[in-house]
Design a protein around this ligand. Sequence first.
Ligand code: MYA
Ligand code: JJ1
Length: 388
Amino acid sequence: RHRFWETQPVGQFKDAGRGGLPEGPIEPPTALSAVRPEPYNLPALYEWTTCDMDDEQICAEVYNLLTNNYVEDDENMFRFNYSKEFLQWALRPPGYFKAWHIGVRVKATKKLVAFITGVPGRIRVREDIIRMAEVNFLCVHKKLRSKRLAPVMIKEVTRRVHLENIWQAAYTAGVILPTPVTTCRYWHRSLNPKKLIDVGFSRLGARMTMSRTIRLYKLPEATATPGFRKMELRDVPAVTRLLREHLSLFVVAPDFDENDVEHWVLPLENVVDSYVVESPETHEVTDFCSFYTLPSSILNNQNYSVLKAAYSFYNVAAKTPLLHLMNDALIVAKQKDYDVFNALDVMHNDTFLKELKFGPGDGQLHYYLYNYRLRNALKPAELGLVLL
Ligand code: MYA
Ligand code: JJ1
């Protein structure tokens, strides 16, 4: 059924439920001298290219490929529209490798027609901290689909990851592959219900009018938690302590140090927003929340071309109730003119989703590990990882 994935060191569907196999790496690492030194072969018309994301020209080519060919919803009404600034942020974290930003060009015209990336990260699985590649932005131009290019790209990124002596990876996908660590649901909180309904993102509920709907989703003008403010560079040590403590509660979670927090959590205009609660009495940072900005192109609408979406990232409610913290996150997202606030049912998110009027979406997100077996699938609430 999966001609490619059946050949890879991932949990296989046929091994499900037997519970006999041990947890941990599926294959041992090999000597670096045994890693294939030359790139895999592409069909004759195509060539490999390493995409230098510092180069604005190349960044624009990647942006254009993804804008026109990346992930859509099941009815092809919306397509992810990652910004150039977002791509540079996502692809250049501490210790990144340029060689893991892989493109495919048409030899004759040099047109960029496919892309895949990895970035390095440390991910903890139960007690063990494992160096992994986080693989994302796999994309093949619409005109080149179903030609088995994706398996070659996955093998090539794997080879380049192995050359750095890294043997595991984490990735997410909207499709079912062998074998998910867990399957999460997207939830959506309307901030601009009229636009969401006009573009077909949501529907008027039964026995609801537009004005009742607008009233239902209305939020206060200002945040409510005393000491709630934008995160600053000086907050990195405190936020790192809060986040490390919080992530220790989950079975699979990133192992973030201060450098990682500075990169992944410190606010970056139109890319990632983070807020802390600084106690007005002690001036200690007691809580924080964050979301990233990922607009979607609206396909085939006369009035609107972009849906502005915020995605819940990492949130730690150590003193303020999580419900209050996330309500303030919704308020700032509304102030900043987002149309919708999205969240997965990971970590403790299921404790605020219904209460804060999120509704379940029609999309799922499956999480995977490469070359690492878990005895059982996890519940979404046992997962402490958000990939972009
Ligand atoms: S998920 C986002 C993926 N991108 C999109 O959905 C954008 C729109 N779609 C496309 O661009 C194409 O449809 C893609 C497939 C490129 C997805 N992950 O070339 P094909 C398998 C993994 O003929 P195409 C993200 O970015 C499929 O089951 N495998 O198909 C994370 C089949 O294999 P098998 C996928 O449609 C990516 C084979 O590919 C996916 O032209 C993580 C068919 O190839 C998918 N999303 O192209 C990648 N979709 O026969 C894995 C299809 O066995 C990383 N397939 O069923 C693994 C870790 C690597 C590093 C390891 C280091 C140690
Ligand atoms: O955004 C998504 N679904 C929306 C739009 C559906 C349009 C028709 N298919 C949705 N809207 C309902 C919102 C409503 C608001 C009021 C309360 C009730 C709910 O459900 C979905 C997620 O739900 N998104 C996608 O399908 C995009 C792809 C998701 C897979 C992503 C793969 C990621 C790649 C990883 O690197």
